[in-house]
Design a protein around this ligand. Structure first.
Ligand code: SAH
Length: 346
């Protein structure tokens, strides 16, 4: 029988298992802590460690390839047990790293501007494979004795639509947030969605992490050309669900706005955006389109990008431009495609 992964266990679940095996709650906590400190074998009695090893699977993804870009971005091609691969990216930001996690092998959304979509969906990742990406990336930083290693922030912006694999993603978040384990805070986690409505409806069961929507156009007819699922889940339905979320004081929803040359940077786009967002707690994050081999769109110039930002700021919308990192190694937003990595190693 397939063993459950130790990295899909919350502390309560592991405690329960250990209690049934006559282990005290106090010792269970120590065990949980040690698992995440990678000191697993050091202080446990042999019989207990044997029992755990017999019951649980301890494997994590293996690093098949590491590519580093000049700006310090590190892209990992991670191998999974069934031979599939996903990409995980570490992005440096001042004194910290952000780790960009994949939630699926490939993606079913088929967004016209995204390289991952070209792979199609191979399969969902298990929560342990998501937690595993984090642990492997963090361990890599530790091995480089990089001081920025402490608790990297997490963004679910790698391969896949996280809300299309909602149960496993939620479980991975619960495990990553365990105070005695990886101890990642909810505000250190951002989940980005293309607007997959059935998943958005489940967000109220999530801890209060940051939510980002890939908006890209305030007009449904343009948006559905970019994000085909908008046909089924138009903006009014998405906003209807978002408005039900109980945001904390000072909490925003981030609206990612992929800026594409000559497509969505007109004054009417800005005006329509303000209609949707003025009375909502919104932060707009402009992402200049990152090209990839064979892409049909073009990146806007820096001037175009600044000009569009000014239009939004003039409409009193809180707006930032996301600086592109790792694009020369195809590690930036929308450039992750682990099939191509497999076929054409650089
Ligand atoms: N499926 C999720 C998360 C993955 S994509 C989502 O759609 O939100 C993470 C972000 O990168 C999204 O905002 C996505 O729209 C953006 N993105 C995709 N392709 C891109 C590209 N070629 N250039 C810049 N950003 C891109």
């Amino acid at each position: 029988m397939l063993k459950p992964s130790i990295f899909s266990q919350t502390q309560a679940e592991l405690n329960l298992f250990l209690r049934l095996n006559d282990v005290s709650t106090q010792l269970s906590s120590i065990i949980f802590q040690q698992i995440y400190k990678n000191k697993f074998n050091q202080e446990l009695s042999n019989s207990l460690s044997l029992l755990l090893k017999k019951t649980f699977d301890y494997s994590v993804p293996v690093i098949n390839k590491i590519t580093t870009s000049e700006d310090g971005t590190i892209k990992f091609l991670m191998g999974l047990e069934d031979g599939n691969q996903v990409e995980t990216v570490l992005i440096p930001f001042f004194k910290k790293y952000t780790v960009c996690l994949s939630s699926q092998v490939g993606c079913a959304m088929n967004c016209s501007f995204c390289y991952t979509g070209k792979m199609g969906l191979k399969r969902n990742l298990k929560s342990s494979e998501i937690v595993g990406q984090f642990l492997v990336a963090r361990q890599y930083l530790q091995s480089q004795s990089d001081e920025r290693v402490k608790n990297p922030n997490i963004v679910f912006m790698g391969q896949g639509e996280p809300l299309h694999n909602s149960d496993e993603v939620l479980k991975s978040i619960q495990v990553l947030m365990e105070p005695m384990g990886a101890a990642v805070g909810p505000r250190q986690i951002t989940l980005s969605t293309a607007g997959y409505l059935p998943g958005i409806k489940k967000l109220s069961h999530y801890p209060q992490i940051n939510i980002a929507l890939s908006l890209h156009s305030p007009f449904n007819d343009i948006r559905k050309r970019l994000i085909p699922i908008n046909q089924h889940f138009p903006l009014e339905d998405i906003f209807f669900e978002f408005d039900k979320l109980d945001l904390k004081k000072k909490q925003f929803i981030t609206y990612e706005y992929l800026l594409i040359k000559d497509l969505n940077n007109r004054s009417e786009d800005a005006l329509e955006l303000s209609k949707w967002l003025t009375n909502r707690r919104a932060l707009i994050n402009i992402i200049p389109f990152n090209p990839f081999p064979g892409s049909e769109f073009q990146r806007p110039t820096e001037e175009d990008t600044l000009e569009f930002k000014e239009k939004l700021v003039a409409l009193k919308l809180r707006t930032m431009i996301r600086t592109t990192k790792g694009s020369e190694i195809l590690a930036a937003c929308g450039q992750l495609n682990s099939l191509i990595e497999q076929e054409f190693p650089v």
